[in-house]
Design a protein around this ligand. Structure first.
Ligand code: ADP
Ligand code: ZN
Length: 605
């Protein structure tokens, strides 16, 4: 029975079977004729052999059977007319009792068939629509094409207070919260509120959390779904799911629709990657139609998360769609400490646990990594039956989690951090000093997770039609700056600068071969490739110039690089004080902004 108890309909089946068999047996017993006959009854009556009788009419009320007690025993007799039999018995002075069978008859004639029928209907229905995988009670057939949307009603459980760090990101979201709270305020002024916000960032940096917090702050419903849920085996299902999703959303206006892993649907169309996925295109088209479709300010804000903006279809980034892009970055030291504090709230930490110290040693960790770290420590503490989580347990958890995190983000050693700090400062100083490039916007040594140990970012560029020769040279100098700083400080160089070197070389080469910026080579184009369309193009490419020219180009490129290197090194040496101070500051804070960076120069002056 244990096996069948899993599925109640199995046991119903058995019950029906059992009842049917019972009915059949009863029927069979009823139909059985006995040896006792009407003639014998008459004889017995005439001989005064009958002492008592009990008449049991059957369902029809006419026929039935009589239990006849004679002096030799009890006999059973079927009769076609019970009233006649009763009369006969009474005439012979036998007091026959007639059993009232109306209730029994009612049950067997009406109730039983109805119940049986109900069972059969239920059974057939259940067989048709049996519970599908992952759907406990909803049924597969009726839900074909429907999505599993996670809906949280505006309970305001997760708020910005739960999102640690991410200060700038939260500021950007404040406006959306404000809009969701009071859409009328904006629409009365005719302001157009973004329909879509694209959250970009490494997995675990808190994109989902941030979106939930926006819904929580505004106390609006939060509908979430993963992009991969749209992509199905069957063509058209994805598109219909998108439609369903927005149907749901419209019922709950204002609300937030959150699409995780949007890249699963919104990958660049027509690249042929993934075999020109027809289904995905239809789904994406439907998504765009829906986003274009809701009239302005209806109060649905779509938030989508991805860790790769570059592979998204440009159509999705157009105004009126995802026109806001928010980059959610890996946290810096201060951010990590805050995140640790948030997750330490519900954990019992012993006195010696130093969250600041943990924050320091976890460069490159995301919020999810940090949460995981504390959780592992708690598990270790529980396993060792401790009342509090000790620093040792955190350290052990770090080894465990760190190895896992290494695959994703790399745990950075103190030495690597130092090298990166000087490297990035090298770039930054040149950005600042050279006139045509920069100014520096941020310098960071937080690993980006795409292979770079840090980055130095100038302010967004002004649109320029063309670059001057001197700007190109300065750009090369900036690019070499990281490597130069490493050389000055450590007297040794690392492999970390290889992409810088490649970039500088490429730039120098195009100065020579494409832009005619070299005096020795002259104003000749030796680079007749238009665009790098085909992989392997360089391999098959027939050179349009002689070996001699080739050699000269190489020499020229070399001299540009050498020249830039020398000049850049002089500049950096001139500002060696800043180099040290900035590197120290970076080691401490991991990320510094423009003001902080520029202040270092004024102190020196
Ligand atoms: P993503 O959507 O970017 O992959 P999530 O938002 O799902 O990442 O984050 C996973 C978990 O990591 C969250 O549930 C939370 O516990 C933790 N987390 C990430 N970032 C933060 C943060 N800034 N503050 C607090 N917790 C965070
Ligand atoms: Zn560099």
């Amino acid at each position: 029975m244990e096996k069948t108890s899993k599925n109640p309909f199995r046991s119903y089946l058995w019950m029906i079977f059992f009842v049917l068999i019972l009915v059949w047996i009863l029927q069979a017993l009823k139909g059985n004729s006995t040896n006792y006959s009407y003639g014998q009854l008459r004889d017995d009556l005439n001989n005064n052999q009958v002492t008592a009788a009990q008449i049991t009419p059957d369902a029809s009320g006419n026929a039935g059977y009589i239990m006849v007690s004679t002096k030799t025993g009890v006999q059973k007799l079927y009769v076609t007319d019970v009233t006649e039999a009763e009369k006969l018995l009474r005439e012979n002075g036998v007091d026959a009792t007639v059993r009232d069978r109306t209730l029994v008859n009612w049950i067997t004639n009406i109730l039983l068939p109805v119940i049986l029928l109900a069972f059969v209907v239920v059974f057939i229905l259940s067989a048709l629509m049996g519970p599908g995988p992952g759907q406990s009670q909803s049924n597969r057939m009726l839900n074909f094409g429907k999505i599993r949307v996670n809906i949280t009603n505006g309970d305001g459980k997760i708020t910005f207070a739960d999102v640690a760090g991410l200060k700038e990101e939260k500021e950007e979201m404040a406006e959306i919260v404000d809009f969701l709270k009071d859409p009328g305020k904006y629409s009365s002024l005719g302001a157009r509120i973004p329909k879509g916000v694209l959250l970009e960032g490494a997995p675990g940096t808190g994109k989902t959390l941030l979106a939930k917090a926006v819904a929580g702050e505004a106390k609006v419903p939060f509908l979430s779904i993963s992009g991969s849920d749209f992509v199905e085996m069957f063509v058209g299902v994805g598109a219909s799911r998108v439609r369903d999703l927005f149907e749901e959303a419209k019922k709950r206006c204002p609300c937030i629709v959150f699409i995780d892993e949007i890249d699963a649907v919104a990958r660049r169309r027509g690249t042929g990657l993934g075999g020109g996925h027809d289904e995905r295109e239809q789904t994406l088209n439907q998504l765009l139609v829906e986003m274009d479709g809701f009239t302005e300010n209806t109060g649905i804000i779509v938030m989508a998360a991805t860790n790769r903006v570059d592979i998204l279809d440009p159509a999705i980034l157009r105004p009126g769609r995802f026109d806001r892009k928010v980059t959610v970055q890996r946290p810096d030291v201060a951010g990590r400490e805050e995140i640790l504090k948030v997750h330490a709230r519900n954990k019992k930490l012993s006195e010696d646990v130093d969250l600041e110290k943990i924050a320091r040693t976890t460069a490159g960790f995301t919020g999810a990594d940090l949460e995981n770290l504390l959780n592992e420590a708690a598990i270790l503490a529980a396993r060792e039956n401790c009342a509090f989580i000790s620093m040792d347990q955190v350290n052990n958890a770090f080894i465990k989690v760190g190895m896992g995190a290494e695959k994703k983000s790399r745990v950075v050693s103190e030495k690597e951090k130092r090298i990166t700090a000087y490297h990035e400062t090298g770039h930054a100083i040149l950005f600042h000093v050279l006139p045509d490039v920069g100014p520096v916007y941020t310098v960071s040594i937080i690993p980006t997770g795409v292979g770079a140990a840090g980055y130095t970012m100038p302010l967004p560029e002004r649109d320029e039609m063309f670059w001057t020769k001197s700007k190109m040279l300065q750009d090369i100098m900036v690019t070499l700056g990281g490597r130069i700083a490493e050389e000055i400080i450590f007297g040794d160089i690392t492999t970390g600068a290889s992409s810088d070197i490649k970039k500088a070389t490429k730039e120098a080469r195009s100065m020579v071969t494409r832009y005619g910026m070299s005096d020795n080579i002259g104003v000749v184009c030796y680079d007749d490739d238009d665009d790098e369309v085909f992989i392997g193009r360089d391999l098959a490419h027939a050179k349009s110039h002689s070996e001699a020219i080739s050699g000269e180009i190489d020499r020229e490129v070399r001299s540009i690089i050498d020249d830039c290197y020398k000049k850049a090194k002089e500049i950096i040496l001139e500002h060696e004080g800043v180099l040290h101070k900035c590197a120290e500051l970076l080691m401490e804070k991991e990320k510094i902004g423009r003001e902080e960076f520029e202040a270092l120069f004024s102190v020196q002056a």
